[in-house]
Ligand binder design. Sequence first.
Ligand code: PMP
Length: 406
Amino acid sequence: MTGVRPASSPRTGFGESSARALPVALVSGQGSTVFGADGRRYLDLFAGAGRCLLGHGDPSFTEAIATQTGRLVASRHNLPSRDEYDAALVELLPSGLDCLSWFSTGSEAVDTAVRLAKAATGRSDVVVFDGAFHGRTSGVVDLTDPHWNPTSQAHPGVIRCAYPTETSTPAEVDQARQQVRTALTSNPAPAAVLIEPAQATGGNRFVARQFLAWLSAVCRQTGVVLILDEVFTGFGRTGQLLLGQAADVQPGIVVLGKGMANGVPIGAVAATSAIAAAPPLSLPGGMSSTFGGNPLSAAAAAATLAALRRDDLIPWAATIGAEWLELLAQTVGNHPAVAAISGRGLMIGIQLRHACSAAEAILLDAGLVVGVSGRTLRINPPLRIDRAEIGTATDRLGSALDRILT
Ligand code: PMP
């Protein structure tokens, strides 16, 4: 049957997402709905791991890509549309981050951010956090928590500290501070501290707000580059352009990806001019790649930012996300399968009491596409999701949780 993988089919895509093993292929989509090869419609609460911010089949996005495809798909020269986009984006980023460089994936961008920090400081160690996910290429796999990638090794240049969340006790936050302080005042000091303002793969965990401000101050005092990995959280997912954007948080580098181009492959690094000037990376060709900043990605990114702004999707994500959190707390908050619910904007996680290997399949059967990381159900729909859809999704979640429990 079309879209249903026979048991004997070749194992293409080995090692890829667990969703590849589900029996249904998703073949098209409209808004927050996706259509399966089985003829069913599903509410897409995962949006391709959070990346399809505008929803499926967005007309202005589709037209921008189609037009660019017919005009120019490959160039290594100046691209006026990208220059315009860069200027607009820099206006929105934390002040001082006025240098942008483009890549094809989040991993590649994190890799480059770390290389930049090393070049700018002349040092090599990197502080990362428990539960972190920064990608899976050779350059970044050791920065990702081994839990999310069994091949990650304890690496001599990687210092791992506790990740204090908004539900950590004051003593736990203090302990994390102590670990970071020890790392930053060691000799030689590290080049960078790399942190996600909220861990997505790591279980929808939001860093303790005061810890981030403290981290920013201590990095400044010690001359260590603070790198915010906003690959998942950036571009409105949490109801703000960047989750880590605040007056008391001053990163040297921010890493972007995923939703930046609504699903078209992309990654980017925004850095201060002092960091971006570090040779040899700053020299022509020091960081370039074939697809970084290609015309299609540029058109996709520009169309995404334009739609986010034109349709006020970022404030909408904040509003609908807060309503949904409240609704979830009322309807499934006390469900015996549920340990906790966390969220900001449309980055919502339902933590189960027990891991359930069939959760993704049960949710799919209930008409929902949901991501699962460990014990966390990850709800990251398109930012255009509406009230009727969150009502339907909540009803379906309730019945799926009953089945997850049994
Ligand atoms: N950083 C974070 C926070 C991510 O969530 C991801 C992807 N899950 C990456 C980096 C790696 O991005 P990519 O898969 O595009 O290489």
